[in-house]
Design a protein around this ligand. Structure first.
Ligand code: NAP
Length: 248
């Protein structure tokens, strides 16, 4: 599939956590398909500026929106700013996430709460903030970045498993309630992908045992996001992009 064949001209997209890794690749793929893109980041604003520069070089409108997506007020302010500068958001990619490796005996309540807030609650907050405009136009695309760890053991820890399993439940719940309004909601569940997040996980057995024999690339994940955005009959689904990793 060639992203240039998908026409997202005039559509406004928000990609959370787009300063690096998978989010960056998704933002650039959306831009190549014609979308104007808001590039969210948390602390790496310089990296987000580089993504915006690349999008503008393609002729797209683009902006950096630094915001902690686990905080309601920050999310609401971000969505208002994007609406003012780029227009109503029609494509939301809930990609921002954290994966701090914790064994059973190391995991504490603070890490559990933070992981649920950044990986799961953020998707609820961003979805709630963009839904009024999507429902008014009777068109929207929401894609949530889950993980093979939603269904399998994963390598990060039970906090991460729980956050991603919750995200898939959120995906199906919204999809069922929004299908009749022209809004699709899907999840992409990557296996091990070559990003900063993969760094500390690279030496784990699960990462070394990917059936296709290598880690995936952010661009391979971005391609699957474009695929579900382009198909109005796919909703409520989780698409695995995992090199054959199913139950690790
Ligand atoms: P990454 O390279 O670590 O990048 C994480 C991104 O999320 C960064 O842009 C970061 O912003 C942003 N972020 C983190 N906390 C945030 C917050 N509170 N508010 C706003 N932005 C925040 O991660 P990645 O590998 O690209 O992963 C992207 C998504 O795919 C995540 O949801 C992850 O769980 C999922 N995933 C990844 C893999 C993998 O192997 N890499 C596998 C399965 C699923 P800053 O740059 O500003 O810090």
């Amino acid at each position: 599939m060639n992203p240039e064949r998908i026409d997202l001209g005039g559509r406004v997209a928000l990609v959370t956590g787009a300063s690096r890794g998978i989010g960056r690749a998704i933002a650039l793929a959306l831009g190549r398909a014609g979308a104007d893109v808001a590039v969210n980041c948390h602390s790496h604003a310089g990296r987000a500026e580089e993504v915006v520069t690349a999008l503008r070089a393609m002729g797209r409108r683009a902006m950096v929106v630094a915001a902690d997506v686990s905080v309601r007020a920050a999310v609401e302010e971000m969505v208002v700013r994007i609406g003012r500068e780029l227009g109503p958001i029609e494509i939301l990619i809930n990609n921002a996430g954290i994966a701090n490796l914790r064994g059973l005996d190391e995991l504490d309540e603070a890490e559990f709460d933070r992981t649920i807030a950044v990986n799961l609650k953020s998707a609820f907050l961003c979805t709630q903030a963009v839904l009024p405009a999507m429902r008014a136009s009777r068109h929207g695309r929401i894609v949530n970045l889950s993980s093979a760890a939603a269904r399998g053991p994963g390598v990060v820890g039970v906090h991460y498993n729980a956050s991603k399993a919750g995200l898939e439940g959120l995906t199906r719940g919204y999809a069922a309630r929004l299908a009749a309004e022209g809004i699709t909601v899907n999840a992409i569940a990557p296996g091990p992908i070559e990003t900063d997040m993969a760094g500390p996980l690279r030496q784990t057995d699960a990462f070394r045992r990917v059936p296709v024999g290598r880690l995936g690339t952010p661009e391979e994940v971005a391609q699957s996001v474009l695929m579900v955005i382009d198909n109005p009959f796919i909703t409520g689904q989780t698409i695995g992009v995992n090199g054959g990793v199913v139950l690790g």
